[in-house]
Design a protein around this ligand. Sequence first.
Ligand code: DAH
Length: 335
Amino acid sequence: MNKNLFELRECALKEIENARKPSEIAQLKSKYLGKKSKISEVMSSLKNLPIEERRETGKLCNAIKKQIAEALKTKSEQILSESSFDIDITMPINKERGSLSPITIVGNEVCDILQKMGFAIVSGPEIEDEYHNFDALNIPASHPARDMQDTYWLGSNKLLRTHTSPCQVRAMERYGAPLRIAAPGRCFRNEDIDACHENTFFQLEGMCIDKNISIPNLIYVMRTILSEIFAQDVQVRLRPGYFPFVEPGFELDIKCLICGGEGCPTCKGSGWLELCPCGMVHPNVLRISNIDPDEYSGFAFGVGLTRLAMMKYHINDIRVFNTCNLEELDQFGIV
Ligand code: DAH
């Protein structure tokens, strides 16, 4: 019996000596000192031994346990001291720090502007259901507008949201009227990717519902956002646009900031840039979310944050946002 115990001790000490990681120390501790270890087994069978042998073996077990525990402690301290970092306080600071994405920066700016006008920032799930992404926005299953949004379907009526507009519905359901919300977020469409199109992009949805809200309120809010973002007074114009959840619906353009409206390659010679679809909330949309359209009216808009970032930082290829290539991202000089 005692011979076995000595062999066990040799084996344990050798393994402890060879350990290199804290996890190995933990394993060895459990193997040699744990409840199921050989020594624990011997100790619990001591009672079956004749008294003399019991005393001697008990003493030996305790001594070996102590030796193993000490060896584990010493080795563990050694491993920790070897792995600790040497800190050289004279080293220059690494100045290459990360920065926020241009989309995040623009998104935060728009949110700040809207918050000052009393809008609350809300969010919604990227995995949406058909009801919030389509039906509650007055786009029933048979509606041709569904085909305009190349949807990634996930099965069981789930999909990757194709726009941030479902956040309007969730906000109406949750807070009712009056309501002022803005919801920035990522959207997905099964698009072919080129310099102007990505399958993953960012929008910011805005919605304002109250008594007597009308088109001038919409124009005021849009012009304020854009003037502040571009740090100059911008001119806007509304053209008719069709979206099932607004009536009337518009495309909002701003006068080209590059050529001042003269016509240049950026605005394709027209003098105007298409920036933000918007409109007066369709009565059906209010009704579906239990808001009485005879009492309340509202406007909504969906700014393309990716587009806005491209214009603000003169980024001419949308694909750089998803490359994760630091050299390419560094070119924006906004670190
Ligand atoms: N959700 C629309 C899209 O992605 C954009 C949009 C249009 C949002 C009009 C609005 C709106 O709130 O009023 O195509």
